[in-house]
Design a protein around this ligand. Sequence first.
Ligand SMILES: *[C@@H]1O[C@H](CO)[C@@H](O)[C@H](O)[C@H]1NC(C)=O
Ligand SMILES: *[C@@H]1O[C@H](CO)[C@@H](O)[C@H](O)[C@H]1NC(C)=O
Ligand SMILES: *[C@@H]1O[C@H](CO)[C@@H](O)[C@H](O)[C@H]1NC(C)=O
Ligand SMILES: *[C@@H]1O[C@H](CO)[C@@H](O)[C@H](O)[C@H]1NC(C)=O
Ligand SMILES: *[C@@H]1O[C@H](CO)[C@@H](O)[C@H](O)[C@H]1NC(C)=O
Ligand SMILES: *[C@@H]1O[C@H](CO)[C@@H](O)[C@H](O)[C@H]1NC(C)=O
Ligand SMILES: *[C@@H]1O[C@H](CO)[C@@H](O)[C@H](O)[C@H]1NC(C)=O
Length: 387
Amino acid sequence: METPSAAAAACCCPRRPLQPPSRLLLLLSLLLSALCLRPGLGLYTVNTVYGDAIILPCHLEVPNDLRFGKWKYEMANKASEFIAFRSATKKTVQYDDVLEYKDRLNLSENYTLSISNARISDEKRFVCMLVTEDNVFEQPTIVKVFKQPSQPEIISRATFLETEQLKTLGECISQDGYPKGNLTWFKNGVVLQPTEEAVINEQTKVNQTTGLYTVISSLEYKPTKDDTNAQFTCSVTYFGPTGQETIRSESVAFDIHYPTEKVKIQVLTERNTIKEGDNITLKCSGNGNPPPQEFFFYIPGEPDPIRSSSLYVLTDVRRNATGEYRCSLTDESLMDSTIITVHYLDLSLTPSGEVIKQIGEALPVSCTISSSRNATVFWLKEEQTEH
Ligand SMILES: *[C@@H]1O[C@H](CO)[C@@H](O)[C@H](O)[C@H]1NC(C)=O
Ligand SMILES: *[C@@H]1O[C@H](CO)[C@@H](O)[C@H](O)[C@H]1NC(C)=O
Ligand SMILES: *[C@@H]1O[C@H](CO)[C@@H](O)[C@H](O)[C@H]1NC(C)=O
Ligand SMILES: *[C@@H]1O[C@H](CO)[C@@H](O)[C@H](O)[C@H]1NC(C)=O
Ligand SMILES: *[C@@H]1O[C@H](CO)[C@@H](O)[C@H](O)[C@H]1NC(C)=O
Ligand SMILES: *[C@@H]1O[C@H](CO)[C@@H](O)[C@H](O)[C@H]1NC(C)=O
Ligand SMILES: *[C@@H]1O[C@H](CO)[C@@H](O)[C@H](O)[C@H]1NC(C)=O
């Protein structure tokens, strides 16, 4: 990719052969060109993807009396370094003994230089020089290298978060990019701005070997109950050869712990009413996360509360089990209560047993009811055949 810039006209370098031709003038123009080729006066920019070949066309018209072409690179505050030479008359190519370009160069007949396996250190200003008997033409090209960073990942994740507590939720990491990208955190797709509840710290590491950037952003987060199913993601925004790009991480949700604010006692029975002989299961629950596992049960007739899991069973209850049942958290901070009524029905028949009477004689029989509720009495007479 090449972008000619408008700065072309601003160059002070001689564009036409100088008259009259002389050795002295050639030297002079070499000096002159060295003076005027200040960094930042690039006319062309080549954007290359890391690892690809950098193709540098010379961008100069090849003069008829060309003797040779050369490529050199320039870096700020450093002497320029020649790397490749091609003789126009002998058609030979020579590469200078520069370690970082060893076996990476190919200078074609049209003076296009290709550099294989682009690295970050190739971000330099390369200059094509065409030298005739009496002149030197120069054309610089700026090389830019781009490396897409890895998809960001949320690592070192908290196993859970707690309301009212600022805790490290995780770290977002995006590796080996160039130029350096920026990380952004999102909650449910909305940018998380740094606040007291969301503390963000970004850190950058440079691999000394490759020159690539790894960015890490840690997020400390103070959640609320509403964050229970919140989806956290992060993204890396970076510059690629064609402009700004963004890659998102996978989303992550966290278990949010919060304290119990309410306890509830429930009576679990098969039927709606409880009568003597029934079993009663009491269930106590708290609305915190995680839910409390242990409770105190306060049972009528028991002097001390009973420590139990969320279920407590009363077997074969009698009428004296009627009363108020309570349960609380084990720190006795929150409590709930319920009333249980055990119904009963006592029947006594008078007289009872076998009574012998003459037929026609009156038999006074009474049924006494003692019950916890209004009862209706039905009489059933068993028919018997007489002997
Ligand atoms: C240089 O490039 C030319 C043209 O692309 C190719 O024919 C030649 O094999 C290359 N030489 C090397 C050493 O890669
Ligand atoms: C120069 O030569 C190379 C390799 O032979 C070719 O790929 C390229 O298109 C040529 N460039 C110009 C500007 O002629
Ligand atoms: C730097 O990158 C090289 C090549 O990818 C790798 O082998 C090395 O482990 C990296 N160094 C560090 C400190 O990450
Ligand atoms: C990263 O953030 C800085 C500062 O906010 C900004 O100048 C830069 O352009 C950003 N880079 C990208 C790739 O978005
Ligand atoms: C009450 O529970 C006991 C065992 O705990 C069981 O033997 C009995 O049948 C249960 N009674 C009723 C009415 O379910
Ligand atoms: C209820 O009375 C029975 C005897 O009828 C006794 O064994 C039991 O402990 C009493 N229960 C309560 C809760 O007072
Ligand atoms: C029980 O019977 C009495 C008298 O007949 C009546 O006043 C009362 O309302 C009844 N109670 C219930 C719970 O039905």
